[in-house]
Design a protein around this ligand. Structure first.
Ligand code: PGA
Length: 266
């Protein structure tokens, strides 16, 4: 079983004070649940502040990074800068970046590459729209999004063509912020497809790469989602802004380990 990973994506929310409280609470969860990984992705301007508060295993991440490493790119923040401020993760290709800010698959691939070069773990987000799902094009869509990022990453390591450390987040657009989560079966099918796709590129890396589900994950559906063996954790938006809800989701991820252990022994 892969180590569960729960990441909070705060998006553009929170005050200095509320952010401080959220980091402190997530930090406490990470210390008390050492069997899982927990991460938070605050807005850029809260990253330095968050880094000062956390002291345990809580992983700090950003919601985006620049396609370039440095230079005249007004308003951008490089992966290297994030790393210097204590980030270990960065989301790339979130559907809000793709749909609201016109990011292409090629942009996402460049960002993932920048992340790797800076020593960050990219959390590569993929997901289909409702129209694409209804037209039976989910696998085609997420497969293309995945290939567009993994292919250049693999080429970058010319000798072994092995994949670097990364995390995938499957986030169906129709489930994000809508309260309408994918069912564990729906998500499990897509996760299994994504893993086969990764396997066809790098059979050694495929079993260890974590595939998280995102889209209306809350304290009420986390347990059910984590009972699906292909779901290795969650990328949580709205519910990560509520310390108590986020804590419950993390606890559900931790309990899923104990459940699967007792399933195996029983
Ligand atoms: P949500 O967002 O949990 O609010 O649906 C998930 C995300 O956008 O990462």
């Amino acid at each position: 079983m892969r180590r569960p990973f729960v990441i909070g994506n705060w998006k553009m929310n929170g005050t200095i004070e509320s952010s401080r409280e959220l980091v402190a609470s997530a930090d406490e969860q990470a210390r008390s649940l050492p069997e899982i990984d927990i991460g938070i992705c605050p807005p850029f301007v809260r990253i330095a502040q968050s880094a000062q508060i956390l002291g345990g295993p809580l992983q700090l991440g950003a919601q985006d990074c620049a396609r370039q490493s440095e230079g005249a790119f007004t308003g951008e923040v490089s992966a290297r800068m994030l790393q210097e401020h204590g980030c270990r993760l960065v989301l790339v290709g979130h559907s809000e970046r793709r749909t609201l800010f016109g990011e292409s698959d090629a942009d996402v691939a460049q960002k993932a590459q920048q992340a790797i070069e800076a020593g960050l773990v990219p959390v590569i987000c993929v997901g289909e729209s409702l129209d694409e799902r209804d037209a039976g094009r989910t696998e085609e869509r997420v497969g293309c999004q995945l290939d567009a990022v993994l292919h250049p990453l693999q080429q970058a390591d010319k000798e072994s063509e092995s994949l670097p450390e990364l995390v995938i987040a499957y986030e169906p657009i129709w489930a994000i912020g809508t309260g309408l989560s994918a069912t564990p079966e729906q998500a499990g099918e897509v996760h299994a497809f994504l893993r086969r796709r990764i396997e066809s590129r790098d059979a050694k890396a495929a079993p260890r790469i974590r595939i998280l589900y995102g889209g209306s994950v809350g304290e009420n559906n986390a347990r059910e989602l984590f009972s699906e063996s292909e779901i290795d954790g969650a990328l949580v938006g709205g519910a990560s802004l509520d310390a108590e809800k986020f804590a419950k989701i993390c606890q559900a991820a931790s309990r899923s380990i104990h459940r699967s252990e007792s399933d195996r022994s029983g």
